[in-house]
Design a protein around this ligand. Structure first.
Ligand SMILES: *Cc1c(COP(=O)(O)O)cnc(C)c1O
Length: 644
């Protein structure tokens, strides 16, 4: 394995179980300590209750038979799990998974036997508070207000993953968009409700929240009987009550709104539109320019929507695309929202940061302030590009964000998170009408969200996952000096990989052409590879697929047969643009004329994809670089596969 040279990182040593299980004693000590602690808690609840299971029970043949069966099944499970994907190893640079942070793993194991259910405080008196606080920790990381005494404080909650968090973004944006129309239809007086349906439906998120606030204040001043009558009248006009068909039939000036997302968006957006009943056809995919959402194309689509009186629900920007790790211009998207909202075409902006959300820690000072591009960039070769810094700096102006603690948060599945900038809109998601309308002046933020199940898509949900997220953020606060050291390693690893790829290209010179198709924005790096002398796309794709076959998990083979794990993705002209596609093909000597949009495997370029999130890719103890090891391995395999 090649030697690495950078300095020691003692701060990293206690954070993970480690590639070799080096911290086994620490984890074991924690698990045993808190398992015992849990048992004492049981015993001390009512010590006067005698033990229900006799001390002789374990001597009974049936007890022993059951224990034997249990152990037998666990042995089989444990043996089968040896075929799992070795996410913990620095030889794994495939998908978005790695080792788990010990603080989160220990907190989760500690909490599991208490089995809290974060659906409501009755079932989770402790962990529901931790979930709401974890939401506020993430809000602060993003630059949202996190002071719960402020009426416009942010709110965040956990979900099973990024897919459900994105779904929650759609639900919230739709509720906020349609609510002013319901107020109008119900005839609520005296609160400056817009005079026509089109204006009411296209107010935009801030004006929508202000109207909701006025409605609450007005309602609170009415006599109790009147209040109940008005609540019923408004609820009956809401989109959530009527359903799409009846709502739009009653409001013929309105159409089902569109969601605008970059073509690189995750398929959870398609799922979300189907689930919500908006229909996949309402998802309009925007082209990229230079691997990022094209802000001019967004503007053109918005102009067309305005001309056609086509409402827009949400514009999505991706912070770290799943396939390439690229960062969309969040700043341009919020600028577009502000401009078009002022012109009467309001919509919300959601950032899908399922992958890249935690990179925001690199941009935060300990006091919560934003770091300058020079401060962030210290020690990096080129991160962050000005566009990337501008995107992260604009996060605080967006309406909501998805972040996946089970991705770059290094926590167990399923922990996703949804965070919105202004919590007042969340009331519109409540199942019970008395949560929708409430006197905001007398509101207690924490008391309100103790009925979490009122507002989230799920019902019963894991309190242990919430404990894991909260404790991790306490041990490693979400700023550059603490948690940020982890994503810092991943970006440094990506830069080392990028530099190493030039050595790989030189090492296989004359045998194959190797290039990084586009410089990485964050911590994913792709490689385009083409056998020397070949200009045909289908032939190059077949070769990269063969290479990838050796790098993918294969349950039929012993794990140890694999040297390294990588993943694969594709570049399509309709996603990256014709010009960008031609540039990338030329990098490895492929002829754009062999690209055929109706072809079988020549409608795209197949490339290798590497997720560089393992914290031990550069092993400072032994002076080993697994990145260089991987690139050397790749050079050997390319030469072997192309040997005459
Ligand atoms: C992973 C990912 C998702 C989906 O998240 P899950 O946790 O897998 O449900 C959505 N968007 C992006 C950008 C992602 O990377």
């Amino acid at each position: 394995m090649p030697r690495a040279t950078a300095a020691d990182r003692p701060w990293l040593d206690a954070l993970f179980l480690g590639p070799y299980g080096e911290n086994d004693a620490l984890l074991e000590k924690l698990v045993v300590e808190f398992l015992r602690d849990h048992v004492y808690w049981r015993r001390n609840f009512h010590p006067e209750d005698p033990p229900a299971i006799s001390t002789r029970a374990a001597m009974h043949p049936e007890y022993q038979a059951l224990e034997a069966r249990l152990r037998g099944e666990l042995h089989q499970l444990s043996a089968a799990l040896k075929r799992s994907v070795p996410f913990h190893s620095p030889r794994y640079i495939g998908h978005m998974a790695s080792d788990l942070l010990l603080p989160g793993l220990a907190a989760q194991i500690l909490t599991l036997p208490y089995n809290p259910n974060n659906v409501s405080e009755d079932a989770a008196p402790v962990t529901i508070e931790l979930e709401v606080k974890a939401g506020l920790q993430l809000a602060r990381m993003l630059g949202y207000p996190d002071d719960t005494t402020r009426p416009d404080c942010a709110f965040g909650h956990l979900t099973s993953g990024g897919t459900v968090a994105n779904y929650q973004a759609l639900r919230l944006a739709l509720a906020l968009k349609a609510f002013p129309v319901a107020l109008r239809a119900a005839g609520v007086p005296d609160i400056d409700v817009p005079g026509d349906d089109w204006t009411a439906f296209n107010l935009g998120p801030d004006a929508g929240i202000a109207l909701l606030d006025r409605a609450n204040t007005w309602l609170a001043a009415q006599p109790a009987r009147e209040q109940r009558r008005w609540v019923r009248a408004v609820q009956k006009e809401r989109l959530e009550f009527l359903g799409m068909v009846d709502f739009f039939a009653r409001h013929p000036d309105l159409k089902v709104p569109k969601v605008l997302a970059p073509i690189t968006a995750h398929y959870s957006w398609s799922k979300g539109l189907k689930l919500l009943g908006l229909g996949r056809n309402q998802l309009e995919l925007l082209p990229e320019r230079g691997m990022r959402l094209d802000a001019d194309a967004l503007d053109e689509v918005l102009a067309r929507c305005e001309r056609e009186r086509q409402p827009v629900l949400l514009a999505v920007a991706v912070l770290g695309t799943t396939e390439y790790g690229t960062v969309d211009p969040v700043d341009a998207v919020v600028d577009a929202r502000d401009r078009w909202t002022a012109q009467g075409l309001g919509f919300s902006v959601h950032v899908d940061g399922a992958w890249g959300g935690y990179l925001a820690t690199l941009f935060r000072n300990e006091d919560g302030g934003l770091r300058t591009i020079d401060e962030v960039g210290e020690g990096f070769a080129r991160f962050p590009l000005p566009e990337v810094h501008a995107a992260f700096a604009a996060l605080g102006r967006t309406d909501s964000v998805t972040v996946d603690p089970h991705k770059l948060g290094y926590l167990p599945y399923g922990a996703g998170a949804f965070i919105c900038r202004d919590h007042r809109a969340v009331a519109l998601l409540a199942e019970a009408a008395d949560y929708v309308f409430h006197d905001t002046r007398e509101d207690d933020y924490h008391a309100r969200y103790r009925r979490l199940g009122q507002f989230v898509p799920e019902g019963s949900k894991s309190g242990a996952a919430a404990a894991a997220v909260y404790v991790t953020h306490k041990v490693l606060p979400l700023d550059h000096a603490h948690f940020g050291r982890l994503p810092r390693q991943t970006v440094l690893a990506a830069e080392a990989f990028h530099a190493g790829s030039k050595r790989l290209a030189a090492a296989v010179d004359g045998v194959a052409r190797v290039a990084v198709p586009f410089a990485p924005d964050s911590n994913l790096v792709c490689l385009a590879i083409n056998p020397a002398g070949n200009a045909d796309l289908a032939h190059a794709n077949a070769f990269v697929r063969r290479l990838h076959d050796e790098l993918r998990a294969d349950p039929r083979q012993p794990l140890q047969m694999k040297q390294f794990f990588g993943s694969m993705t594709t570049l399509r002209p309709e996603a990256v643009g014709e010009a960008e596609m031609a540039r990338i093909l030329a990098l490895v000597g492929l002829d754009p004329a062999t690209l055929d949009p109706d072809g079988d495997d020549n409608d795209k370029l197949v490339i290798l994809r590497h997720t560089l999130m393992n914290p031990y890719l550069i092993d400072h103890t032994n002076g080993i670089s697994y990145i260089d090891g991987y690139l050397d391995h790749l050079a050997r395999r390319i030469r072997a596969l192309l040997a005459p």
